[in-house]
Write a protein that binds this ligand. Structure first.
Ligand SMILES: *Cc1c(COP(=O)(O)O)cnc(C)c1O
Length: 399
């Protein structure tokens, strides 16, 4: 089947909950993917950071393959030889004490919400069913019914009500708004240290430190959703590291499974995590040995720090070059690490999607976000030469 036949098949038989670019990929290696007709593209999205270590990464594939031959799933009714080491190693990477493994990001966010609510009732002493969690405008934390209950994007919510109560939205990056929203029933502040889906929005310098202080002062949990910003993307293990801040709860996903398996986790202290007792939460697949093995290799790679340094180095180069072009159609270039939002001028350029289509025709795969931004997030293993290749295409399309 050629590419068009695949596009038609997807249009006919798949739900229309996505509007993908018509690149029909059949294999991938490193930063490159290949379509069914043998055309090669550079992947400048990396599955929204799930493929941080590149496609078909040899080390990761090797441990996955070996585990596939041994045991892949037992459920949490039993313990496998991968679970303990995974939890220990992830807790250590996070400088925390305990791990609750799940599968997708949204499930880990749900888990963190349940953690904060129970902590509120059982430890802080909030009155039954009154717990409030503060979240930010333009947030993205996943797609479950509870998580979209506090989305501010109308497309995510329309006709999916009734919604889960117990959330209050404040503007992102505004510390006074957060402080004003905190009351006696507040149990936590759930925030992306850098907003991904909103268009790679970096908060003002010092914001995360102020958030840490405000949460400590008011005895509420600082819950950092590092599903997209974490695990090397910004040049540090966590985006919170840029401000030397440690949240009470990390929510991790995406790159933790290296694009091989969905692997997510909530990581916190023993005191907080002990709100969970047998039967109070769980997942058939969470903490399965295949996921744990892959996660352990990801943790090992991050533990060396080389990929973070490489990311920082190349990010400096990428931002310097991007800013030097001074494209008329572009109003802002923002981001951190190998994570870039290119904001187009609404009048002279218009929406981002047609530019992503043209970039695809030039061999570069990236994604529009919030209509007027082009999001760049290549695998972190990318080389300088590969970045040069991508920049040539970007210049051709944006000039
Ligand atoms: C992708 C993402 C999620 C949801 O993860 P899924 O695996 O798609 O459920 C949650 N939070 C952030 C910040 C994300 O980027």
């Amino acid at each position: 089947m050629d590419a068009q036949a695949h596009v038609d098949l997807v249009n006919e038989f798949s739900a229309h909950n996505y509007a993908p670019l018509p690149a029909v990929i059949s294999k991938a290696e490193g930063v490159w993917v290949e379509d069914v007709e043998g055309r090669r593209f550079m992947d400048f999205l990396a599955a929204y950071s799930a493929v941080n270590f590149g496609h078909s990464n040899a080390e990761l594939m090797q441990v996955a393959r070996e585990q596939l031959e041994r045991v892949t799933l037992t459920s949490r009714a039993f313990i496998t030889d991968q679970l303990g080491p995974f939890c220990k190693e992830l807790a250590e990477l996070c400088n925390m004490e305990t791990v609750l493994p799940m599968n997708t990001g949204a499930e880990a966010v749900e888990t963190a919400i349940k953690t904060a609510r129970r902590w509120g009732y059982q430890i802080k002493g909030v009155q039954a069913d009154k717990a409030k969690i503060i979240v930010c405008d333009q947030n993205f934390h996943g797609r479950t019914t509870t998580v979209i209950s506090f989305s501010t994007d109308p497309d995510c919510r329309k006709d999916f009500g009734p919604f889960t109560p117990g959330f209050e939205v404040v503007p992102y990056g505004d510390i006074e708004a957060l402080k004003n929203a905190i009351d006696d029933n507040t149990v936590g502040f759930l925030v992306e240290p850098i907003q991904g889906e909103a268009g790679i929005i970096v908060p003002p310098d010092g914001y995360l430190q102020e958030v840490r202080q405000a949460c400590t002062d008011s005895n509420i949990l600082f819950i950092a959703d590092e599903i997209q910003s974490g695990l090397g993307r910004t040049g540090k293990t966590f985006a919170c590291d840029h401000e030397n801040v440690k949240p009470d709860i990390y929510i991790l996903g995406k790159a933790l499974g290296a694009g091989i398996m969905p692997v997510s986790a909530v990581v916190s202290s023993r005191a907080i995590m002990d709100v969970f007792t047998p039967g109070s939460h769980g997942s058939t697949f969470g903490g399965n040995p295949l996921a744990c093995t892959i996660g352990r290799k990801v943790i090992e790679i991050l533990g060396k720090g080389e990929i973070q340094d490489h990311t920082t180095q190349l990010a400096g180069y990428l931002f310097d070059r991007l800013r030097a072009y001074k494209w008329d159609k572009v109003t802002t270039i923002r981001g951190r690490g190998l994570w870039v939002g290119i904001e187009l001028d609404r009048v002279s350029a218009g929406k981002a999607k047609p530019y992503c289509l043209r970039l695809m025709e030039e061999g570069l795969l990236c994604k529009d976000t919030h209509e007027y931004s082009i999001r760049l997030a290549p695998p972190l293993i990318i080389t300088k030469e590969e970045i040069d290749w991508a920049l040539e295409r970007l210049d051709k399309v944006l000039r």
